[in-house]
Design a protein around this ligand. Structure first.
Ligand code: GDP
Ligand code: IMO
Ligand code: MG
Length: 433
């Protein structure tokens, strides 16, 4: 049985967690494969509203096993807090949540470094979430990082490893004239959580292969989105991990041919938090309307998200990079009430037209959108459970996106709750287990 992969098709916050939660009805295992506490994944279920950050969404189903894969960078203190908060709300994850010994550790130094670097960038800051993601991946790639397996070491060894790493980073802080941190205090804090962390740590590469061989149905939950990918995104305004489909392989140890189904999640418009070019960004009344109706405020940082019309040029680039089998389109309900809805079908730049997404971020910043306008619809649509119940204009909009992207849109979301969903094909099981 091959794995299903969920990938953010745009700049993140597409509604990935809603789709993950929906799909868990017919999966047994959910694995995060990249990123860390920069993610904010919201699930609305009969138990209430949950925001997942490092723990995979999908664990609201008691029979599901959750794994934080080797491709992640993990803040262990935030992990324990998230575990505690979920447990307090009745989500019992005892003996069904595992953390890769090969995932990298985010220390307080990485978070401080994130802020030091952002300040140093002055007008060109990235708009990082400040969770230490970039510095932790930098240490990993510099081969100076610490892996989660450190919690399996004796306490005195753990102390020494953390102390050394903080001191190493302190030398860099000194170069930036930034305050240094107490290596001893941080090392003691890590020793203090060793007993709590140890039971979670396993070799997850081995584990995912075993679960797969046993016929357990695996879902790989992407965080962020393709346009934030370290290689393929709008560099340098990106995150530091592989959020497109390649990351699902390197971040778990599964085989490329072990992936059976790749689902891209797209919003019916587009949003971005943080800085960097965004050709279809709209200000004024329409931009505000999208933000307010869509509740477009960051799940992790509370920052207002920049909003714009659906960008088909960026969408086709996302399709090209990920080879989606299917697309889940979310937040169609947010477009109710617009007399016209727009889709960007090309860019205008330097007096000419371009149809493909520029690799060069400065070139992207110079692009103006070319829009196709379609009639909008007034009606609210969250009650619709079939395509036939949608206003004709909404149906045409979905069909236009499907044609432009060249991938079947099999799932249409019309509200945050599980049931606010229209299935356009039988690839999604409606049987909830
Ligand atoms: P993720 O990071 O991709 O998982 O997305 P977020 O959780 O950061 O942001 C998506 C937000 O939209 C959350 O508040 C969801 O509850 C909400 N949401 C998801 N699907 C829909 C939908 O179809 N309609 C509306 N109105 N809200 C949705
Ligand atoms: P989910 O998984 C949207 C953005 C930040 C910033 C850039 C780099 O909820 O879709 P980082 O903290 O990684 O150094 O920030 O990436 N960013 C996200 N934007 N959704 C996310 O996650 C994001 N995670 C990071 O705003 O622009
Ligand atoms: Mg989010």
């Amino acid at each position: 049985m091959g794995a299903t992969v969920i990938i953010g098709g745009q700049w993140g916050d597409e509604g990935k967690a809603k789709v993950v939660d929906f799909l868990m009805g017919d999966h047994d295992v959910v694995v995060r494969f990249q990123g860390g506490a920069n993610a904010g994944h919201t699930v609305v279920s009969e138990l209430g509203k949950f925001a997942f950050h490092q723990i995979p969404s999908g664990l609201l189903y008691p029979r599901v096993t959750g794994i934080l894969g080797n491709g992640m960078v993990i803040d262990p203190f935030a992990f324990l807090q998230e575990f505690k908060d979920l447990s307090a709300r009745g989500v019992d994850m005892a003996e069904r949540l595992f953390v890769s010994s090969a995932a990298h550790v985010v220390t307080p130094v990485h978070k401080l470094m994130d802020n030091v670097l952002e300040t140093d960038r002055k007008g060109a800051s990235i708009g990082s979430t400040g969770k230490g993601i970039g510095p932790a991946y930098a240490d990993k790639h510099m081969r100076g990082g610490i892996r989660m397996g450190v919690f399996l070491r004796e306490k005195d060894e753990l102390f020494e490893i953390i102390e050394r790493s903080i001191e190493w980073n302190n030398r860099i802080f000194a170069a930036y004239n930034a305050p240094t941190l107490s290596a001893e205090t941080i090392a003691s804090d890590f020793v203090g959580i060793k007993d709590a962390m140890e039971p979670f740590i396993v070799d997850t590469q081995e584990m995912v292969h075993r679960l797969s061989a046993d016929g357990r149905r695996i879902l790989l939950e992407g965080a962020q989105g393709t346009l934030l990918d370290i290689d393929h995104g709008t560099y340098p305004f990106v995150t530091s991990s592989s959020c497109s489909v390649g990351g699902a392989v390197s971040g778990t140890g599964l085989w490329p041919r072990g992936i059976r189904r790749i689902i891209g999640i797209f919003k019916s418009y587009i949003t971005r938090v943080g800085n960097g070019p965004m050709p279809t960004e709209i200000g004024g009344r329409d931009g505000d309307a999208l933000r307010e109706r869509g509740g477009e405020y960051g799940t992790t940082t509370g920052r207002p998200r920049r909003c714009g019309w659906f960008d088909m040029v960026a969408g086709r680039y996302s399709v090209l990079l990920n080879g989606y089998d299917e697309i889940a389109l979310t937040k169609l309900d947010v477009l109710s009430g617009f007399s016209t809805v727009k889709i960007c079908t090309g860019y205008r730049s330097g007096g000419g037209e371009i149809a493909s997404f520029p690799q060069n971020t400065d070139a992207l910043a110079r692009c103006e959108p070319i829009y196709e306008e379609m009639p909008g619809w007034e009606e609210r649509i969250s009650h619709a459970r079939s395509v036939e119940e949608l206003p004709v204009a909404a149906r045409r909009f979905v069909e236009r996106l499907e044609k432009g992207l060249g991938v079947p849109i099999t799932f249409v979301s019309t509200g945050p709750a599980r049931e606010e969903t229209i299935l356009r094909s039988d690839t999604f099981s409606t049987v909830r287990k």
